[in-house]
Design a protein around this ligand. Structure first.
Ligand code: FMN
Length: 335
């Protein structure tokens, strides 16, 4: 049987399949089910600094789930009140998860100001988190702040937190930095032990009857895997820290692609919300099946085998044969 062991943020994991932050990882029973099904580590939902400051209304609105094609998934979602109600209950969740689980528990923090991030990261560490994930979820909507200023601020946050806490710090990134490759390498330089590529941004919708702007969450599709796949493939050779692939991991085959591109772990939320915590067992079986069929003996043998520096045409990850694809599509539809 192929060896699934991997290492992420210096933590030794039984497999590369990790439960990313989401409603299930905020519930103790679901956490137990995730571990039972084979999740190798769990990332708890983010503690939002705004939440701590009691500005919860907006967060509740953000987490209003709406997706016609995933109706059955909505029944899995806990009441919004249960989605982190404050710092004390968050610390209790970490402590309870640590008591209940044998796998590593990664706490997550979404902060807005420098003081807040450092203070709360220390609290998460104190409650027993094995690592802290900084969720840099910011929509750069202020035209007076340019890319360089915003990126400098984010790097300062990473450096401060990484310096202040003893546990490893992962940084969950968006793909929307002005020069993503340079920024990710700078995050490593700021002291992060790993990067999570990527968070998923939830774009608002308009209600044409009420003219309300509706912040809504839709679950991902496997097609979305291509974005982290490209960037992990490009960046693996430039990073010595851990890489987690996130967004669009719906099967063990998707996880195999991310590992081949260079990821140390593949994280999943949407597929597990859709199919239930037991989906981790399915994904593990699929990953093992692929490895057996393709004669890979271990995850470490697979990692980066198809990264840009390992393939004959490294530019494939960049332009993805841009012209060739466009020409062949065009000739197909115009035949
Ligand atoms: C309902 C819901 C809640 C989420 N909550 C968080 C969160 O608290 N913190 C965070 O960093 N990511 C959160 N995420 C993002 C996921 O962790 C993940 O990065 C994203 O959904 C992309 O992965 P996927 O394609 O496997 O869903 C949430 C996602 C969903 C669908």
């Amino acid at each position: 049987m192929p060896d699934l062991h991997t290492s992420y943020l210096g933590l030794s994991l039984r497999s590369p399949l990790v439960a990313s932050a989401g409603p299930f990882t905020g519930d103790l029973d679901r956490l137990g089910e995730l571990e039972q099904a084979g999740a190798a580590a769990v990332v708890l939902p983010s503690l939002f600094e705004e939440q701590i400051e009691h500005e919860t209304a907006e967060i509740d609105r953000l987490f209003t789930v709406h997706n016609e094609s995933f109706n059955e998934a909505t029944s899995f979602f806990p009441e919004l009140d249960d989605y982190n109600s404050g710092v004390d209950s968050y610390l209790e969740l970490i402590e309870a998860a640590k008591r209940r689980l044998d796998i590593p528990v990664i706490a997550s923090l979404n902060g807005t100001n420098i003081g807040g991030w450092v203070k709360y990261a220390r609290l998460l560490e104190g409650a027993g988190a094995d690592a802290v994930e900084l969720n840099l979820y910011t929509v750069a909507a202020d035209p007076s702040i340019d890319g360089a200023a915003l990126e400098a601020e984010h790097l300062e946050l990473v450096a401060l937190v990484a310096e202040e806490v003893g546990v490893p710090v992962a940084v969950k990134l968006s793909p929307y930095y002005s020069s993503l490759a340079a920024f990710v390498v700078a995050v490593q330089g700021a002291g992060a032990s790993g990067v999570v590529m990527f968070n998923r941004f939830y774009s608002p919708d308009l209600d044409l009857e009420t003219l309300d702007v509706l912040p809504r969450i839709a679950l991902s599709t496997p097609e979305e895997l291509r974005l982290p796949l490209r960037w992990i493939g490009i960046l693996r050779e430039h990073l010595s820290v851990s890489i987690a692939g996130s967004t669009g991991v719906h099967s063990g085959f998707d996880a195999a692609k991310l590992i081949l591109a260079g990821a140390d772990v593949a994280m999943s939320t949407s597929a597990v919300l859709h199919d239930g915590p037991g989906h981790f067992a399915t994904m593990e079986a699929q990953l093992l099946e692929w490895m057996t069929d393709h004669e890979y003996e271990s995850v470490s043998q697979m990692r980066g085998a198809v990264a840009s520096h390992s393939v004959t045409d490294p530019t494939a990850y960049e332009r993805a044969n841009y012209i060739g694809n466009i020409v062949s599509y065009s000739s197909r539809v115009n035949r």
